[in-house]
Write a protein that binds this ligand. Structure first.
Ligand SMILES: *Cc1c(COP(=O)(O)O)cnc(C)c1O
Length: 225
């Protein structure tokens, strides 16, 4: 299967998942996760019409960002000494979880670029091994970042724990919790329109619970080595 075929297959999974729950396919956007992939792979996806790409590792990302006029999303862990390069080179950040980082990104976002779109990463399972804000810390975070002008917080993002093969788990449950959290905050924070959730294995469950961005690597580019 080529990258083009894979994107077509992912698009039809997204359409079917939307149809199953009565959502408009245009409400769900596909983020192609290109971490560890070559710029040739990204170019092949661009030729197939893909616009948005997600990267986790800044150094690996920058050579692609410089070369290719795509829309770039940062989806990795953010070290505070790397915020300037993120503010200068990305349109979206899905992994905001520190007020200090938010303030730095706001200050460092160049004036000639549009406002930086960001999503708060939420540790929806309270998994000690995962990064992200705990559910209880989200509203305090939003209150502490209301004044930022060059950074817009437009939704929530999560990476749920992987379901164990031997356990009967409801894979929709963590996605439902993120949606409920977003809905509970939306009257105070109307910009919170997005939910970034769902990857290659669970995009259907995430779409059923309201994902507006699905982040897909393996199903587009193949298994990572
Ligand atoms: C790698 C990665 C993905 C893509 O995962 P796949 O299972 O390959 O689709 C999505 N989101 C984040 C944050 C990632 O790091």
């Amino acid at each position: 299967m080529s990258i083009t075929d894979n994107i077509d297959a992912v698009d039809s999974r997204i359409r079917s998942a939307c149809q199953a729950v009565g959502r408009a396919p245009s409400d769900v956007r596909l983020l192609a996760v290109s971490k560890t992939r070559t710029h040739e792979d990204v170019e092949a996806a661009m030729v197939a019409g893909q616009v948005d790409f997600g990267e986790n590792y800044l150094q690996d990302a920058l050579s692609k960002v410089e070369r290719l006029a795509a829309t770039w999303h940062f989806i990795g862990a953010i070290q505070s000494n790397k915020t300037r390069l993120i503010a200068e080179n990305f349109s979206w950040v899905h992994t905001l979880s520190s007020v200090k980082v938010a303030k730095r990104l706001d200050t460092q976002r160049p004036d000639h670029l549009p406002v930086l779109n960001t999503l708060l990463q939420v540790n929806i399972d309270n998994d000690p091994a995962k990064s992200g804000l705990s559910v209880d810390d989200v509203s305090g975070f939003l209150a502490g970042t209301r004044d930022l002008e060059r950074l817009r917080i437009c939704g929530l993002m999560t990476i749920p724990a992987r379901a164990q093969a031997d356990q009967i788990t409801d894979i929709r449950a963590p996605f439902a919790r993120l949606r409920e959290l977003r809905d509970s905050l939306r009257s105070d924070y109307p910009d919170l329109t997005h939910l970034s959730m769902g990857m290659s294995e669970d995009l259907e469950a995430a779409i059923a619970e309201g994902a507006t961005w699905v982040r897909i690597g393996t199903a587009i580019f193949g298994a990572r080595t």
